[in-house]
Design a protein around this ligand. Structure first.
Ligand SMILES: [Zn+2]
Length: 255
C-alpha cells in the first residue's frame, strides 16, 4: 500500500536528502584530502631518506670498512731506564715515543687500529714487544729508533734476515717516506749491524712483516732538524704505512 505524503512532508524529505548528500560529499572530500596529505608526506620522507639516509649509510659503511683494514703495531724503542742513544740530553727513547704517538694519531684518523708497546716513558722488555704484537694479531710491527755515531746521518731500516717480499715492501716503502721527510737514504738491510745472519728481537719475534727503523741520528744536527718536523713527518710516514698495507693486504680493500 502506497504511503501518501503531504506537500510539507515531501519538502522535508527532500531537504533531508540534500543534507545527507552534502554530508556525504564533505566526507568524501575530507577523505581524499587526507589521502593526498599522507601520500605527499610519504613522498617527502622517501626523498629525504634518499638525500640523507643514503649518505649516512655510505659513511657508516665506509667507517665499517675502515675498521676492517687492520692493526698496526708501533713500537717506540727503549723507554724507562733504557734511554737509548743520548746526544747531549736528547734521548732516543723520547724521540721514538714522540714520533710514534704522532704516527698513531695519523693512522687512527684514517681508520686504522693502532697498538703500541708503550705510550709513556716506561721499561718494556724487547722480546715482550714482539709478543704483544703477535697476541694482538697485528698486520705490521714497526719499531721506531734513532741512531748515534761520531759522524753520519740519514735513515736506515733493518728487516729480518730471512725476509719475505712483504717485509721488503714494508721496509722499502718506509724508506721512501723517510727520504720524502728529508733524511738521507742509508739502507734497508736484512739482519743486524755487521751480521746478516742474526736478527734484532724486534724482527725475530713478530710473526708478521716487521722492521726496525733508525729515523736519523740524534748526533746529527741536520737529522734532528728534520726529525723535529714531527707532524709533517708523521703524516708522510703514516701514508707510507698505509701504502705498504694496501700492497701486502689488498683483499682488505676490496668491496
Ligand atoms: Zn734504539
Amino acid at each position: 500500500m502506497n504511503q501518501r505524503y503531504s506537500d510539507e512532508e515531501i519538502r522535508r524529505l527532500l531537504r533531508e536528502r540534500r543534507r545527507r548528500n552534502k554530508r556525504k560529499k564533505i566526507i568524501i572530500r575530507c577523505t581524499m584530502l587526507a589521502a593526498a596529505v599522507i601520500i605527499m608526506l610519504a613522498c617527502c620522507f622517501f626523498v629525504l631518506s634518499l638525500l640523507f639516509g643514503g649518505d649516512n649509510e655510505d659513511s657508516k659503511n665506509s667507517k665499517e670498512s675502515k675498521k676492517n683494514y687492520g692493526i698496526i703495531f708501533l713500537d717506540p724503542g727503549h723507554g724507562g731506564v733504557d734511554s737509548g742513544t743520548d746526544a747531549g740530553g736528547r734521548y732516543e727513547k723520547d724521540d721514538a715515543l714522540k714520533l710514534s704517538l704522532a704516527i698513531r694519531d695519523c693512522l687512527e684518523a684514517e681508520g686504522y687500529k693502532v697498538l703500541m708497546s708503550r705510550t709513556e716513558d716506561v721499561d718494556i722488555d724487547r722480546e715482550e714487544r714482539g709478543r704483544m704484537a703477535n697476541e694482538a694479531g697485528a698486520d705490521f710491527f714497526i719499531s721506531i729508533h734513532r741512531n748515534q755515531a761520531s759522524e753520519g746521518d740519514g735513515a736506515e731500516i733493518w728487516i729480518p734476515k730471512e725476509n719475505t717480499e712483504d717485509q721488503q715492501i714494508l721496509g722499502n716503502t718506509l724508506m721512501e717516506a723517510f727520504v720524502e721527510c728529508g733524511f738521507a737514504e742509508r739502507s734497508v738491510t736484512p739482519g743486524v749491524y755487521k751480521n746478516p745472519n742474526d736478527d734484532y728481537y724486534e724482527n725475530s719475534i713478530p710473526n708478521m712483516p716487521s722492521c726496525l727503523a733508525e729515523v736519523g741520528f740524534t748526533s746529527s744536527t741536520k737529522d734532528n732538524e728534520i726529525f723535529d718536523r714531527i707532524d709533517q713527518n708523521a703524516k708522510i710516514i703514516a701514508e707510507s704505512i698505509i701504502k705498504a698495507h694496501k700492497k701486502v693486504y689488498p683483499d682488505r680493500y676490496t668491496e
